[in-house]
Design a protein around this ligand. Structure first.
Ligand code: E4P
Length: 215
């Protein structure tokens, strides 16, 4: 499973890159609004740091506007992926941009048929939002299972990108289900590496090392 980080924060991205496990980055207008500086400069720097896909979201809601914005954003770097909302106008934009060879991430997916339609339109990635479904008393991960099954039934090339991840449990389940990609906040990424027995074990080893005759 590819690991993406869900942030526009350069320091978090640098940390994840240095750990050597980062395959890509997802941003959205909310994440961008938390950062200082011009958004295009931030995107350029993210694309320089990360060799894989970097999602940048359009804000137009009509197909011609999305296509125009998508083409502009795609000029920033070869690894830019254009995030398009999963609405009827979005399908037209997904079709047009992917026909031009531009990577597209269909965002805000909440049901399996939205996932099938964006795949038919040619999306590179489909982003189901699991945490936001959990928030309204659905089981977000059920949607991941459904999408993986549907894509496998028809040998669909679109990759399931698990988004709106809130916990390590989401990541574990995504990997168990065989999701292609999981994007997560920096905090969740760091929690994946955490275990109290690792910490106490290391503490003990270091304490015992002090008793070793190093002469
Ligand atoms: C990523 O592509 C999504 O925009 C993001 O995961 C949404 O997460 P949220 O539901 O925590 O805002």
């Amino acid at each position: 499973m590819k690991i993406f980080i869900d942030t526009a924060n350069l320091e978090e991205i640098r940390q994840a890159v240095d750990m050597g496990i980062l395959d890509g980055v997802t941003t959205n207008p909310t994440l961008m609004s938390k950062e200082k500086g011009a958004f295009k400069d931030i995107l350029k720097e993210i694309c320089r740091l990360v060799p894989g896909s970097v999602s940048a979201e359009v804000v137009a809601v009509d197909a011609p506007g999305m296509i125009r914005e998508g083409r502009e954003l795609a000029k920033i770097a070869d690894n830019i992926t254009i995030k398009i909302p999963t609405i009827p106008e979005g399908l037209k934009a997904i079709r047009a941009l992917s026909a031009e060879g531009i990577w597209v991430n269909a965002t805000l997916i909440f049901n399996p048929m939205q996932g099938l339609l964006v795949a038919k339109a040619g999306a590179t990635y489909a982003s189901p939002f699991v945490g936001r479904l959990d928030d309204i008393c659905h089981v977000g991960m059920d949607l991941i299972e459904q999408l993986i099954t549907i894509y496998a039934n028809y040998d669909v090339k679109t990759q399931v990108l698990v988004a709106s991840v809130r916990s390590t449990q989401h990541v574990i389940e995504a990997a168990m289900m065989g999701a292609h990609v999981c994007t997560m906040p920096y905090k969740v990424l760091m929690q994946l590496m955490k275990h109290p027995l690792t910490d106490s074990g290391l503490k003990q080893f270091l304490a015992d090392w002090e008793k070793v005759n190093k002469g």
